[in-house]
Design a protein around this ligand. Structure first.
Ligand SMILES: [Zn+2]
Length: 160
């Protein structure tokens, strides 16, 4: 796995620009996000659902932009974090899509407390401390939802 590291200063600058709605920064991030969504949707959705999933996931993320920006904590590179967000939203949209054709998943999955995107991003980027790494691994051991997010994000990041 190769996640680019050491771009933290640039990332903070980028996120500050996004927070004040700098158009060039927004364009750049939106096109990186589109690429990430394409890769994740390709991995998680059927060919028929692919475009629908990528487009609705992009819409969901742009709607929640402020929350997404506020959730990044600087441990993982911003793009790794964004890829985790893309993976989570894509998987959710993909599940919603497949539910139109199949049975509902067990409702227990929705109620538990899941890993935060920033924790998954830190895990994916190898930036978790020992204690958190233990918590993350324990959670991943018992949670298929978060495991799928990690796998989809890693697949998208290594395809770069
Ligand atoms: Zn979980």
């Amino acid at each position: 796995m190769s996640v680019p590291k050491g771009a933290v200063v640039d990332d903070r600058d980028l996120v500050a620009k996004l927070a004040r709605r700098d158009p060039a920064a927004e364009d750049w991030v939106t096109s990186r996000l589109r690429e990430a969504l394409e890769r994740v949707a390709g991995a998680v959705a059927t060919a028929e659902a692919h475009d629908e999933v990528a487009v609705s996931a992009l819409y969901e993320i742009l709607q929640a932009e402020e929350r997404v920006l506020a959730g990044w904590d600087g441990r993982a590179p911003f793009l790794a974090y964004l890829t985790v967000v893309a993976a989570r939203v894509c998987l959710h949209e993909g599940d919603r899509w497949s539910r139109l054709e199949g049975p509902l998943p067990a409702s227990g999955e929705r109620l538990r407390e899941h890993l935060r995107d920033a924790d998954i991003a830190a895990h994916v980027a190898g930036e978790t401390d020992e204690r958190l790494a233990g918590d993350v691994l324990r959670h991943l051991d018992g949670c298929r939802r978060c495991r799928r997010i990690v796998e989809a994000a890693l697949a998208a990041l290594t395809a770069q």
